[in-house]
Design a protein around this ligand. Structure first.
Ligand code: GLU
Length: 309
């Protein structure tokens, strides 16, 4: 069964909306405190290009951790899996996304996966380019190509707000520099990473990127290859095993689709061979996932039988 009208999606949003009152917006990045906790919106992009929406689906928000999937795809394409997986592992941690603990207790101190902050920093550190400008240009052009648009913006206020307060991420960076997982200037890396996390997007665009991953790397409308199919497969696998923070196991059990969330309240889903999903709901649960967004994705997965398991 698939979604047929915006009205049926609106009903599911209204069913999930009451959950916003049990969550709270992220406040460790000061600029995110300004988000409206009552927001909830969704977009589905089917692989024939048909789209459905509910809520304020054009409202922009920042990618935050959802950018980690895109950055992983980018370095897998540019650097190849051998280099990537010599710097970052493939195992879930069961720890919060910003934890430093496994870096010290695991040998040889390489971050366990690319979806936690330590792993994402190691991934961004692999962006190719002579300087910050070239590294950023390469990455933002890749994001633009996924969306099929010429310009994607980033939110300077959010990026600087995180950059000025990212002491834990700096610690992760310095720790990995000590163990030669990360090379170069940590401040420059942090600037690149916080810009990457502050890329602005809306639900509809998030669903488009989800649809590319769902469609084995091909644009859902033009069928143009945006990401090689083996890279899309690796990214979806990480979304299943580590995409929803340390609630990934529960999410796989209850919802059963490759998905990645971010602390701005976004969730990107990629239902293989069916559709991409973009959800935005900034009120988060204690693990950092959109609380009403989770509920909404579960309602959709039950109704449209999305679970891959
Ligand atoms: N920029 C955020 C950080 O590094 C991303 C975290 C997230 O969305 O999980 O803390």
């Amino acid at each position: 069964m698939s979604c047929k009208t915006n009205e049926e999606l609106t009903k599911l949003v209204e069913q999930a909306r009451p959950f916003v009152k049990y969550g709270k917006v992220a406040d460790y990045i000061p600029a995110l405190k300004e988000s409206n906790p009552d927001d909830l919106s969704v977009s589905i992009c089917y692989l024939d290009g048909t789209r459905f929406f509910a809520g304020d689906y054009v409202k922009k928000f920042t990618l935050q951790s959802i950018s980690k999937v895109i950055a992983l795809a980018y370095v897998l394409i540019e650097n190849g899996p051998n280099e990537v997986f010599s710097n970052v592992g493939m195992e879930p941690t069961g720890d919060p996304f910003n934890s430093i603990v496994k870096l010290e207790t695991s040998n040889p101190s390489k971050p366990l996966n690319p979806m936690i902050n330590a792993g994402a920093l190691a991934v961004t550190n692999m962006f190719k380019g002579e300087d910050h400008y070239e590294k950023w240009e390469g990455f933002i052009q890749f994001v633009q190509s996924l969306l099929g648009i010429e310009e994607v913006s980033w939110n300077e206020n959010v990026a600087l707000s995180e950059f000025n307060t990212a002491f834990l991420n700096r610690s992760l960076g310095f720790f990995m520099k000590q163990y030669e997982i990360i090379h170069g200037d940590i401040e420059e890396l942090l600037f690149l990473y916080t810009k990457q996390c502050a890329i602005e997007i809306n639900c509809s665009q998030l669903a488009t990127i989800g649809a590319v991953f769902a469609n084995e790397g091909k644009d859902p409308v033009t069928q143009e290859v945006k990401v090689p199919s083996d890279v899309a497969r690796i990214c979806k696998t990480f979304m299943v095993t580590c995409g929803m923070y340390n609630a990934s196991g529960e999410f796989a059990t209850k919802v059963g689709i490759p998905a990645k969330s971010g602390v701005s309240g976004g969730i990107m889903g990629a239902v293989p061979h069916k559709c991409g999903i973009g959800v935005f709901g900034p009120a988060l649960d204690e693990k950092g996932n959109s609380i009403a967004g989770l509920n909404l994705v579960q309602l959709m997965s039950d109704r449209y039988q999305w679970s891959i398991f």
